[in-house]
Design a protein around this ligand. Structure first.
Ligand SMILES: [Fe+2]
Length: 372
């Protein structure tokens, strides 16, 4: 059932060095739990991030992705069963579901989940039990949707490198330094789009969250594409852009973080087609997209700037998801960009865990004029 095994095979540490005891003063493993002044207030301490400087992974190998949303029953009868409720956040983007327990879904229900999320782009499931399951069970659930991605630089619970941990303790100095050189915390990106096979159906679940604040914003990249003029759409088809993981690795190194796998770049089509819905989406994001292949510097910069601005300002094709205890937010990383919003100053912890199944290599299908 789950693809955890193949993932682990792909990503076994190749050099957890026996001699990687500290050569400098710093310990090999940094643990957030050790930095909490002896009082642990996190509700899920095993989920607190650790960074192991000795953990190294080989480059990712290609794999064949099975798209579970493709051919799934669009009536959603195995997902939205009796007693469940689906409400849309906006007409095109985002929904909220109550009365469904994700961890109990049948395979047919999971297939329909992939399709629903592809259609709605992001769906918040309330009152979930994922956070209270053994971590391996949560991973087994997520592994149904694709090979687990192991993040090259993020912290993870010890022994579970497939989990990407989002963690801010929320102390004032952390916010002051974050906003010292920025007007806004908004940073639109599609997760690890620099990989050859970036993630598809992606899960983020709440562990500790502020009572108010720390929402996540999402952009519907299909609607962002749809808003373009036919002439610009046609021009974008056939173009590729370079996505880079190098800056993220550099950022991590500078902060004495880990680089568990050497950074890569990938060329992806600027307009990609979703394998289940057939919808076309803009596949560029300010976080990782650097250059349009074949364009001169100024041309690339100008066109990417237009696309990033277009994506960022379209509140009419964005949705904002509010977290609550027990919430699991599922998005399709192929057809969305997202941003955390750092706007709470109460000192509350924001701690979430992400399961990140990889999907197919992005592909495009030909431009179709609107009259057809
Ligand atoms: Fe992200």
């Amino acid at each position: 059932m789950a693809t955890v095994t193949s993932t682990q095979t792909q990503n076994l540490p190749i050099s957890v060095k026996a001699n990687s005891q500290p050569t400098e003063e710093k310990p090999r493993v940094r643990r957030a739990v050790d930095e909490e002044s002896g009082t642990i207030t996190a509700s899920h301490p095993p989920y607190l991030p650790t960074w192991d400087h000795g953990e190294k992974y080989a480059p990712l190998e290609p794999f064949e992705h099975i798209e579970h949303g493709k051919g799934a029953d669009p009536s959603f009868k195995d997902l939205l069963t009796e007693g469940s409720k689906l409400q849309h956040l906006t007409p095109t983007t985002g929904s909220e579901v109550t009365g469904v327990q994700l961890s109990k879904l049948s395979d047919a229900g999971k297939d329909q989940l992939a399709l629903l999320v592809a259609q709605r782009k992001v769906v918040a499931f309330r009152n979930q039990d994922l956070e209270n399951l053994p971590i391996q069970e949560a991973l087994d659930f997520g592994g149904y949707f694709g090979r687990h991605h192991i993040h090259p630089t993020s912290g993870s619970p010890e022994g579970y490198p497939e989990l990407h941990i989002v963690h801010r303790s929320g102390n004032a100095s952390e916010f002051d330094s974050f906003l010292a050189n920025r007007n806004s915390s908004v940073s639109w990106h599609s997760d690890v789009s620099y990989e050859k096979q970036p993630p598809g159906t992606t899960f983020l679940y709440a562990l500790d969250i502020p009572e108010v604040g720390g929402d996540t914003g999402f952009v519907n990249q299909v609607e962002a594409y749809n808003r373009l003029s036919p002439l610009l759409k046609e021009r974008l088809h056939g173009l590729k852009a370079i996505h880079s993981g190098f800056e993220q690795a550099e950022f991590s190194k500078k902060r004495d973080g880990v680089v568990r796998r050497e950074p890569v770049t990938s060329e992806h089509p600027i307009v990609r087609t979703h394998p289940a819905t057939g919808e076309k989406a803009l596949f560029v994001n300010k976080g990782f997209t650097r250059k349009i292949v074949g364009f001169k510097e100024e041309e690339s910069e100008a066109l990417l700037k237009f696309l990033f601005d277009h994506i960022g300002r379209g509140i009419d094709y964005q949705a904002r998801v509010r977290w609550a205890p027990g919430t699991v937010v599922v998005w399709d990383n192929r057809v969305t960009t997202h941003s955390a919003i750092f706007d709470w100053t109460t000192g509350e912890r924001r701690h979430l865990a992400r399961i990140t199944p990889q999907a197919e290599a992005p592909f495009e299908t030909p431009y179709v004029p609107e009259s057809q």
